[in-house]
Design a protein around this ligand. Structure first.
Ligand code: MN
Length: 242
């Protein structure tokens, strides 16, 4: 066991209820278990945190996990809402955008999952497909009917990328529970993983000194039976410890 002071604190973004009372902040337990199994301490970051409160917490953190959830407000990348848009939460968009900026400024490692890859991308000026089911050229089913912990499509990972190095493979079977996806990568981000229909499933910061990895699938649901999924969380916590 490392001494207590070397156990990394990982900020974990959380959801906020939309159009429901009482308002709540919440997060799937799978993220919290995955961080702890990898040796870190998850620190949930409720969207209700003020900018000042977030700044105070961020000074204590060693890494950031951006989690899944509802859609990003398309106004943030200059588009009108698609009819399938759901669960837009401006409070959460703002908290996560601020958390991304603080983490990049402080050179904290970042792992971004599902909605996380999308908010990371938009925070850096990138754009999204608002609905991969209706955008041209996207025939694959990305909203799987299989259980959340079962894979449903393959992803090819760019050989030599940081993501391939962390996963330990250039091809993974992943689950898929998304209808938005990265279209144009934001500043400094490069696409490093693709579904068979060429939808982007992974990006990373084009700077090997930094640990900023993002995936469109949900590794937190796969950790019990997938070594590549476990390695994503271990790599985040190890980078946070360094
Ligand atoms: Mn997918």
């Amino acid at each position: 066991m490392p001494p207590v002071s070397r156990i990394p604190l990982i900020g974990v973004s959380t959801s906020i209820t939309v159009d429901k009372t009482p308002e709540r902040a919440y997060v799937n337990s799978t993220y919290l278990h995955a961080i702890q199994q990898a040796g870190g301490v998850p620190v949930p970051l409720p969207p209700q945190l003020s900018p000042r409160a977030l700044g105070t917490v961020a000074r204590e953190l060693h890494g950031l996990l951006l989690t899944g959830g509802g859609d990003i407000d398309p106004a943030l990348f200059g588009e009108a809402p698609h009819p399938t848009l759901y669960e837009v939460a401006p409070t959460r968009d703002a908290l996560e955008t601020a958390a991304v900026r603080l983490a990049l400024e402080r050179r904290l490692p970042i792992l971004a999952i599902c909605r996380g890859i999308q908010i990371l991308n938009v925070a850096l000026g990138g754009t999204l497909h608002q609905d991969v089911g209706t955008d041209p050229g996207t025939e694959l089913r990305h909203s799987q009917q299989a259980p959340r912990d079962q894979p449903s499509h393959k992803v090819q990972v760019a050989p030599g990328s940081r993501l391939a190095e962390v996963l330990g493979t250039d091809e993974v079977e992943v689950n898929s529970m998304h209808h938005q996806a990265v279209r144009a990568p934001g500043r400094g981000l490069v696409a490093v993983a693709w579904a068979p229909d060429q939808i982007i499933e992974g990006v990373e910061l084009d700077d090997r000194e930094r640990f900023v990895l993002a995936v469109q699938w949900h590794p937190e649901e796969l950790v019990s039976h997938s070594a590549p999924a476990r390695r994503l969380f271990s790599a985040l916590v190890d980078a946070a410890r360094a």
